[in-house]
Every structure is written in C-alpha cells, then in structure tokens.
Design a protein around this ligand. Structure first.
Ligand code: NDP
Length: 446
C-alpha cells in the first residue's frame, strides 16, 4: 500500500474504531485521491480529504414502538449528515438488522461522491435502523416508521436533508414516513423522495437505479464496440434495483439468468423474461416471499446459501448488498469469460475483488457511478416538487439516460490511463471529488 494512504488510514481507523465498512470505503477512495491531491496541492493545504471523511453531523436515536402483541420493541435510528457543500444532504434510509454506524457512514461517504457525479445540487447523507421489516405486519411497519420519524423530522427538510429509500425501505415505508412528517410539521413538502405518484413522487423513480445501472453498463460496453444483445447476464438480489435492472437488460436484448435473496439464488438458463419478472415482482413486493418459490414455480435449480457468481456469464450486475463478491468469486467470473461488472448495489465487491477486475482490465463500473441513477432521479423528483409540476415518464427517463451518459464521460475524463484503459474507480472518485472539494474551499473552513 502507498505509505501516504497507510498513514491516512491509520488516522481514520484510530478515530473510527470498529467501523470496518467505513474504513474500506475511505481506503478505496483515498487510493485514487491521494496521488491526485499531491498533484493539486490546494486540496492538501485545505485538508479536504481529512474534512470530507468526517461527517458534518451524526444523529443516533431511540426508536420505541409497540408490536401487534402490545409488547414494547426498541430499535436504534441513525442519520449521518455527511457533506452539504453542494446541496442539502441527500441519501437513502436502510432498514435491515445488520445496520450499524460503520455501514451507514460508508454509505453516506460514498453518497457524497455519487451525488456530485450526477451533476445535480445534492450533498450526501444516509440513515436507517436495525429494524427488520421482514415478517412484520403492515401495522407494525407503520408504527415503527411513525416512531422513527417522530425523532427524525426535526433534523430534515426539503432544503436541509432529503432522505429516500434503500434496502428494506420501499414505497410502503416512504408513505408511512411521509405521513408522519406531514402530520408533525403541518407541511406538504418534498422532504422525502420515492413518494407515490399521486402524492408528489416522480415517474421512473422506482425504475431509476436498475435502469441507470443498465445504461451505465451500456456506455461501458460501447467503449469496446459491444452491447447487451445476446449477452448472458448474472444479477444478484431480487429487490428494487435487481428487478428493474432485469427489466432493462431484457429490453436491450440481454438474457438474465439469475435472481437471488439472502437465502440463495435461482438459475434459469432460459432467461427471466417479462412474465417471469412479473412473478418475481409480485413475490417480492406484494407477497414478500422467498426467491426459492421461483424455482418451484418454473422448475429451475435453486442454490441454497450460495451467490450467483458461480454461473458463467458475459456481464455481472450485483444488485443486493455490500461485500457480495469476494476474491475467489471475482476470479471465477473473469475465468468464465465475464468482461463487464456494473454495480447496482453499493460496494458489492471486496477490495481484493476490485483488484482482480482491474488487473484483468475488464469493464468495471463501481457503484458510486453505476448506481447513481437512483439518487439522480430523486434529484429530479425534488426539482418537480419545487416546480409543483410533474414530468412524463419519457422526459424523466431521457434525463436519467443523459445523466448516466454524463457520469460515464466524467469517469472517462478522470480515469483514462496512458494505455487507454479506463479505470472507472479512479474516474468516479476523482470526478466526484473535484466539485465538492472546490465548493468546500470556496466556503472557507466550515
Ligand atoms: P431491496 O430491499 O429492495 O432489495 C435488496 C435485495 O438484496 C433483496 O433481494 C435482499 O434479499 C438482498 N439482500 C439484502 N441484504 C442481503 C444480504 N446481506 N445478503 C444477501 N442478499 C441480501 O433493496 P434495493 O434493491 O433498494 O437495494 C439493493 C442495493 O442497491 C443496496 O446495496 C442499496 O444500497 C443499493 N442502491 C439502492 C438504490 C435505490 O434506489 N433503491 C440506489 C442506489 C443503490 P432479502 O429479501 O432476503 O433481504
């Protein structure tokens, strides 16, 4: 490791003990940025890297609620307000039992660079709770969301901090959260994104992360004169991002052969077509069942406690969670002929896996660039809310597509090496950094 990165990381680890995912995210970014900062000393003198790695504000709060049996349950709520140099804090809420401070700080940190890449005026934040919506009734989820918002409402606002969904927070949860915010503030404002279409939401927001990831992969493929037509694609996850990535890839002529959840994955060699995807959407969004049921319904293989990366594919699109591709899986993907990895989830590849992809010089699009379509469209939802004027799906989709193309161009600008190889990791980290860093310098030592 570069001794300058080592020294910086020693400081980060000492200041943030036990926050492993946060260390991982900061290290990945600092490996790209420290050499860049050395060449641009104004960032060094202003200690931008040290400042950017320290949240502006961290909120941790108690979330008590009553379950259906009348028993008191206590969860922990968080909001990390990471950086507001270029706009109000913006980033999702995650409800999952694994949620802790380190995971949310990693996500908030990534969000700062991602939001900057979108070209829209959004700072970075992230929040959530260790609450598990799985197996809870709608009423329990509602009571939890109301209690969560009863504390969070005083810290957020349309011009201050605008949360959205993430793992475990979809349309249902955003509805309950928005209802409680409105009740407490007596205000109908765009304080959350991912809202329902009838009450301030944007068309294409549900599709945006999966579609955007596919558009980004399309741009990467085009640099090598390729496209999705006839390609075999492995996708992990079966939630929001995975569903719409599957839809768009299929529309573009690719064949998606896997879908997964935290229990295992299914392999459908004939491809998950529109009909089968409809089944997954009903299974996951309405019936809230397990992906195993797909295997029973369509007579395909199910692999318990396994991830899809053992299946031969041309393109891999991880869309479940962080650290879901390890070094061996990365090697296997490359060995099996995979030439493009486009990350729908945040930080799905462990650092050793990223090195495998970069050394093999395949097309590797890191999450902060490839999955930025979700937050970009949240930004478009904020614009529509401010104008009080909704756009058509075509208009939003077209803006999303053009934002993904711009993000790709930024990565090419900052990530192209002397031999012509595009290192999208460097491209996204440096491209996302410059705007935020310049704004921080302009705003003084704050
Ligand atoms: P959902 O909750 O809709 O779906 C998550 C999917 O991933 C589910 O299939 C879930 O399975 C699976 N999953 C979750 N945790 C694990 C785990 N620990 N191991 C294996 N599988 C797991 O979330 P989203 O689709 O919204 O988010 C997926 C990823 O995309 C996350 O990394 C998120 O941060 C990222 N992302 C999301 C955006 C958005 O707009 N929604 C925007 C940008 C990034 P199960 O049902 O068993 O839990």
């Amino acid at each position: 490791m570069d001794p300058r990165v080592q020294q910086f990381m020693a400081m980060i680890k000492a200041k943030n003990p036990g926050e492993n995912e946060f260390h991982q995210a900061v290290q990945e970014v600092s490996e790209s940025l420290i050499p860049f900062i050395e060449e641009n000393p104004k960032y060094k003198h202003a200690k931008i890297l040290e400042r950017i790695a320290e949240p502006e504000r961290t909120l941790i709060f108690r979330v008590p609620w009553l379950d259906d049996k009348g028993e008191v349950q206590i969860n922990r709520g968080f909001r990390i307000e990471m950086n507001s140099a270029i706009g109000p804090y913006k980033g999702g809420l995650r409800f999952h039992p694994t949620v802790n401070l380190g995971i949310l700080k990693f996500l908030a940190f990534e969000q700062v660079f991602k939001n900057s890449l979108t070209t829209l005026p959004m700072g970075g934040g992230k929040g959530g709770s260790d609450f598990d919506p799985k197996g809870k009734s709608d009423n329990e989820v509602m009571r939890f969301c109301q209690s969560f918002m009863t504390e969070l409402f005083r810290h957020i606002g349309a011009d201050t901090d605008v949360p959205a969904g993430d793992i475990g927070v979809g349309g249902r949860e955003i509805g309950f959260l928005f209802g409680q915010y409105k009740r407490l503030k007596n205000e109908f404002t765009g304080v959350l994104t991912g809202k329902g279409i009838e009450w301030g939401g944007s068309l294409i927001r549900p599709e945006a992360t999966g579609y955007g990831n596919t558009y980004f992969a399309q741009e990467m493929l085009a640099t090598r004169g390729q496209n999705f037509e006839g390609k075999t694609v492995c996708i992990s996850g079966s939630g929001n991002v995975a569903q719409y990535a599957t839809e768009k890839v299929t529309q573009l002529g690719g064949k998606v052969v896997t879908s997964s959840d935290s229990n295992g994955f299914i392999y459908d060699p004939k491809g998950i077509d529109a009909e089968k995807l409809k089944y997954i959407m009903d299974l996951k969004n309405i019936r809230r069942g397990r992906i195993k049921e797909y295997a029973e319904k369509f007579g395909v293989e199910y692999f318990e406690s396994k991830r899809p990366w053992v299946i031969k594919c041309d393109i891999a699109m991880p869309c479940a969670t962080q650290n879901e591709i390890n070094e061996e899986e990365a090697k296997l993907l490359v060995k099996n002929g995979c030439t493009c990895v486009s990350e729908g989830s945040n930080m799905p590849s462990i650092p050793e896996a990223v090195i495998v992809f970069l050394n093999a010089k395949i097309l590797y699009g890191p999450g902060k660039a490839a999955n930025a379509g979700g937050v970009a469209t949240s930004g478009l939802e904020m614009t529509q809310n401010s104008m009080r004027l909704p756009w058509s799906s075509e208009e939003v989709d077209q803006r999303l597509h053009s934002i993904m193309k711009n993000i790709h161009s930024t990565c090419v600008k900052y990530g192209t090496k002397d031999d012509g190889f595009i290192n999208y990791v460097d491209g996204a980290n440096i491209g996302g950094f410059v705007k935020v860093a310049n704004a921080m310098i302009a705003q003084g030592v704050v």
